[in-house]
Design a binder for this molecule. Structure first.
Ligand SMILES: *Cc1c(COP(=O)(O)O)cnc(C)c1O
Length: 399
């Protein structure tokens, strides 16, 4: 039951791929799951094996930092699902974002980053990239092919994230990638929201696709992990970038990611369906100004989402009307099933208030009133809707 990069044939459904990808029981005493391999030193049988293992790109490299069979299983699985040339693990989603960028930039370069990028990636760009002499410029996530007006001969990276963090703008990634490639820039995508299932980055011109595996891939809020995949053009640069910084990830976290991944398609069907149902319900609430969810036909990003994506995950935002702090507090007091907490993609529902309006310098749309980001978990949807309904009643009473 060997499964590898070749299993991405059109006749293989993703549910089937998820069950079989990266697994080779015959290599591990018949174990269904590739076990947790802990190790730093890997001992060679003889001088010839030692020398062979030291050759560049040997999949069984000679030191634990470059991965173990557990790592290889996970990498193979991601390559099967996402279709890149190869991929690497990182200890967190953020480190996958930052080290991927670092691999492609040098002092004097110019980088373009979507204005709707994940906040900590933005902080990294503002603090670290600028300190390194890289010019950072943000672009309107709705810019599309007009990004040509911002590209320069020294633009080395265009960093996209679709839909964007908090505000969920869908980007025209094929149009952006086409322009970026004309000046030789690399297109890096934070693909966490869509997961490897709902957006196929390498069919849309992306060079490096990054996931916070912490979210839907792990799926159970019990591990942090990042992964970045590259096409052939970008692979060696990405790999050197990660290895030069000593990036790696522990086998226990990788094991949890592999285990979580097996049920990802089933979980995501539920997250997706419940997410759309809850979003539709919230659209009817008088205190909701707008629901930011690209799979709603009324959403400005709907057409692009429909063209490029294969599904929607369970994360979206509600923009409230001007309700004031006391009423907002009552809303959160009223929620029984939604926890207030960072991250998302686990089995449990979350509702997260944004402390202040999201930092935006290049976006046409801004949000002056409170935003609440919702992650719809695997609870029964009627219970979730009832819980939200009661919380909104409480908020109304406090106005
Ligand atoms: C959570 C998140 C990250 C960072 O992942 P961590 O594993 O928490 O470091 C990166 N990008 C997006 C879009 C995220 O939501």
């Amino acid at each position: 039951m060997t499964s590898d990069h070749s299993s991405g044939s059109p006749t293989t459904h993703v549910d089937t791929q998820l069950v079989h990808c990266g697994r080779e029981p015959a290599r591990f005493a018949g174990m269904v799951n590739t076990p947790v391999f802990r190790g730093s030193t890997i001992i060679a049988n003889n001088l010839e094996d030692w020398e062979a293992a030291r050759q560049i790109d040997n999949p069984m490299s000679n030191y634990g930092r470059f991965g173990t069979p557990t790592t290889r299983s996970f990498e193979q699985a991601i390559v099967t699902l996402e279709g890149g040339h190869n991929c690497l693990v990182f200890p967190s989603g953020l480190s996958a974002c930052t080290h991927s960028i670092m691999a492609f930039v040098k002092s004097g370069d110019h980088v373009l980053i979507t204005d709707s990028v994940y906040g900590p990636t933005r902080t990294f760009a503002d603090r670290v990239l600028r300190r390194m002499g890289v010019e950072v410029e943000y672009f309107d996530p709705l810019i599309g092919g007009e990004i040509r007006t911002l590209l320069r001969p020294n633009t080395s990276v265009v960093f996209v994230e679709s839909p964007g963090s908090w505000t969920f703008e869908v980007q025209d990634i094929p149009a952006i990638a086409e322009e970026a490639h004309k000046v030789g820039a690399y297109v890096l995508l934070d693909n966490t929201w869509a997961t490897p299932l709902f957006f196929k980055p390498f069919e849309h011109g992306v060079d490096v696709s990054i996931h916070a595996a912490t979210k839907y891939i792990v799926g159970h809020s019990d591990a942090l992990l990042g992964v970045a995949s590259a096409n052939e053009r970008a692979w060696c640069i990405l790999k050197h970038g990660a290895h030069d910084f000593g990036q790696t990830a522990g086998p226990d976290d990788i094991y949890l990611a592999l285990r979580g991944m097996r049920s990802m398609a089933v979980r995501l069907r539920q997250h997706s369906e419940s997410g759309i149902q809850l979003a539709e319900y919230l659209q009817t609430q008088p205190l909701v100004e707008r629901v930011l969810h690209p799979a709603l036909p009324s959403d400005p990003g709907y057409k692009l989402w429909q063209r490029d994506f294969l599904g929607a995950s369970g994360l979206f935002t509600i923009a409230l009307k001007e309700v004031g702090r006391p009423a907002l507090s009552k809303f959160f007091d009223g929620l029984q099933l939604f926890g207030i907490g960072l991250s998302w993609g686990g089995f449990e529902s979350l509702a997260l208030p944004l402390d202040k309006p999201p930092t935006r310098v290049a976006s046409a749309t801004t949000y002056p009133n409170p935003l609440v980001r919702i992650h719809v978990g695997l609870e029964n949807i009627d219970d979730l809707i009832a819980d939200m309904g009661l919380a909104f009643k409480r908020m109304e009473q406090a106005l």
